[in-house]
Design a protein around this ligand. Structure first.
Ligand code: SF4
Ligand code: MSK
Length: 635
């Protein structure tokens, strides 16, 4: 519960999330265990976890049903958030194709054509716009599709796809699975926890291999496939003498335009006239990750930095879009000069200024926001600015395509070197460490303990979201400094290829890149024929969002061992907990685990990776060969 930052520059009385958490104590134990239900007006009902009080709700629902319904609702909300993000990108692509979105362009025609060919479209004789329209409309249809199956499921290994079919959990359409999840949790509908969990898998798969994947793919088409680039992270990326704009949330649609507007000479001139050296943009949360990956815009911080960013006194305007935005921001900003601007009709906050973003007027609105920030710079009027810490260098921008290029080269891009190094034992396994901050845990400490322990034990770590920002701040995304944390085997590979031991793959929707990369590793051969055969594990050490539950469930349903820290939302349903932590592995090949101690969490992941290596017959120590220059060149 530590706030590692200095007290706010403007007011000693200001309450931040840590103080509000303290005021919430003691938090409801029934809620923490997932055994309260308010799904109908005969409730709210709660189950006594000690077995002495009521064991059934008024309708007869037991602890497993109640926890399963609550869990499924979390998956549905998480999947809807990611997928609605994907829908917005599809709509933008369509508007760009119809020339209704001035300011945007299709930056990656190569990815558009590649995607079109995968979809079975014939790009020949079509203009880029005509092709983009077809791809955008295809994506839109994936949301409303009523029958059949989502297209991207076929990117999974055949064995996995067949398993999903056999289990009857193939998602039909994205919206349909979210709606059915909500329907099943209505009072008196699905009251069998296995059945509810099947829908949790189907709904979560419609996120990971559906809505999130659509968001990632189409953002790459519109804004370009990320390429590795150098940037910085920390409070120091804000500058005392520039107009500072923070973009925060998840969608890159408006922030891309803010980046364009901030480079326009007349706006820079205006900023200078106000006494600023220039216009500076920095990001928080996943909007930050999106524009970091494609423009190298620096990271101010992650989820738990959104309030402390304002308390630096250096933020002239914070533009927020959707998800993970605290309602407290306008109240905190009121103690400073910062202007909080909401930009999505889906995410309004009392006390914030609202500037409605539309694709048709995006650049115009972006300029308006930059102008407001410039005006507001004048309101600082010599008030104290406190920028703690140091700027830390990082390299980000690792899409699944660029990882293949880096490993295999532009002309034979391939995951073969990765597979060979896993088989040879230089790389023990691969871990996805993702997810939020949670103020119940010391800021970033869960992420950093897990990641450092993994790389020390030769596990290559793939990251997204706020977890990646935590590692960036600790220097783990620096290809030189990051090596200090590595075991010898991982270090040799990272040195040879020139990558950090922790690869930043992007925002929360970009967890879909991890799925695609894992499928490519299976396809490359030598490590089994399903995702569940791989020596890989997933973790969200400091999760807080319902989106994390959806991500966890689609990882588990894709065959991945997945550990969450902080708390786990079904612990009051004993049978359900046993099912998710143990039995489900027999069906899906993946399973959940809960471990609040990050060191032990890493231990569980390493034990799983070793178990997988043994099953694959690659657990025997091989003779260690140090790479000479010729071998490095070959790699
Ligand atoms: Fe209680 Fe059942 Fe209504 Fe839930 S659905 S509030 S358990 S009566
Ligand atoms: S922003 S979902 S706090 S990772 Fe994607 Fe961070 Fe979690 Fe939001």
């Amino acid at each position: 519960m530590d706030n590692q930052f200095p007290s706010p520059a403007g007011s000693a009385e200001l309450e931040l999330c840590w103080e509000r958490l303290a005021r919430q104590q003691p938090q409801c134990g029934f809620g923490q265990l997932g055994i309260c239900c308010r799904n109908c007006a005969m409730g709210p009902c709660r189950i006594d976890p000690f077995g002495e009080g009521p064991q059934l709700g008024v309708c007869g629902a037991d602890a497993d049903t109640i926890t399963a319904r609550n869990f499924l609702r979390m998956v549905a909300v998480g999947a809807s958030a990611h997928s609605d993000h994907g829908r917005a990108v599809a709509e933008t692509l369509i508007k760009v194709a119809r020339k209704e979105a001035p300011g945007y362009q299709i930056r990656d025609e190569y990815k558009l054509v590649k995607l079109a060919l995968e979809l079975g479209l014939e790009p020949k004789n079509l203009t880029v716009e005509e092709l983009a329209l077809k791809v955008g409309q295809w994506a839109q249809n994936q949301f409303g599709q009523q029958e059949g199956e989502l297209f991207f499921l076929r990117r999974a290994p055949l064995k996995r796809y067949d398993l999903w079919k056999k289990l009857g959990i193939v998602p039909r359409g994205i919206d349909r699975e979210v709606v059915e999840a909500l329907h099943r949790t209505h009072m008196g509908t699905d009251q069998e926890y296995h059945s509810l969990m099947s829908q949790a898998s189907r709904c979560a798969l419609s996120d990971g291999w559906g809505g999130s994947m659509i968001a990632t793919e189409l953002q790459d088409v519109l804004f370009g496939i990320p390429q590795p680039m150098v940037s910085q992270v920390n409070f120091q990326v804000l500058k005392k003498d520039t107009v500072n704009i923070i973009v925060h949330g998840h969608e890159p649609l408006l922030s891309e335009m803010i980046v364009v507007a901030a480079e326009e000479p007349d706006l820079i001139q205006k900023a200078r006239e106000k006494g600023a050296r220039g216009i500076n943009i920095a990001g928080i949360c996943c909007t930050a990750n999106e524009i970091l990956m494609r423009h190298g815009i620096p990271l101010m911080g992650n989820f738990l930095n959104q309030e402390t960013a304002i308390t630096t006194g250096a933020v002239d305007l914070m533009a927020v879009d959707i998800q993970c935005i605290m309602q407290s921001l306008p109240a905190i900003a009121a103690c400073y000069h910062t202007k909080i601007v909401t930009t999505s009709d889906k995410a309004r906050i009392p006390g914030a200024v609202h500037v409605q973003f539309t694709e048709e007027t995006a650049l115009e609105k972006a300029r308006e926001l930059v102008r407001q920030a410039i005006e507001n710079f004048g309101q600082r009027k010599g008030k104290p600015v406190d920028l703690p810490g140091e700027e830390v260098d990082l390299v980000a921008g690792f899409s699944h395509e660029t990882i293949a290029y880096l490993l295999g080269g532009m002309f034979r891009s391939s995951y073969r070197p990765l597979n060979d190094n896993i088989i040879g034992g230089r790389i023990r396994g691969v871990a996805g460490v993702v997810g939020c901050n949670n103020c119940k845990v010391e800021h970033d400490s869960g992420h950093l303990t897990v990641v450092k322990e993994l790389v020390h034990n030769d596990v290559l770590v793939l990251q997204t979201g706020c977890s990646a920002i935590a590692s960036a701040r600790a220097g783990l995304l620096d290809p030189v400094k990051g090596l200090d944390y590595c075991g010898q085997g991982l270090r040799e590979v990272c040195e040879a290829v020139g990558i950090p031991p922790v690869l930043h793959l992007g925002s929360c929707v970009d967890n879909s890149r991890i799925l695609v990369a894992a499928a490519a590793v299976v396809r490359e051969g030598g490590l089994g024929d399903d995702l569940s055969d791989l020596p890989v594990a997933g973790a969200a050490p400091e999760w807080m969002s319902e989106k994390a539950i959806s991500i966890g469930q689609y990882f588990v349903a894709s065959g991945v061992f997945t550990v969450f820290g902080v708390t786990f939302p079904v612990l009051g349903g004993r049978n359900l907990t046993h099912y998710l932590f143990h039995e489900v592995e027999n069906e899906l090949g993946g399973r959940w685990a809960f471990e609040p101690d990050p060191k032990k969490m890493a231990g569980l992941m390493l034990a799983h990776i070793d178990k997988q290596r043994k099953k694959l017959g690659i657990d025997k120590a091989r003779e260690r060969i140090l790479f000479d220059m010729a071998m490095r060149r070959e790699l």
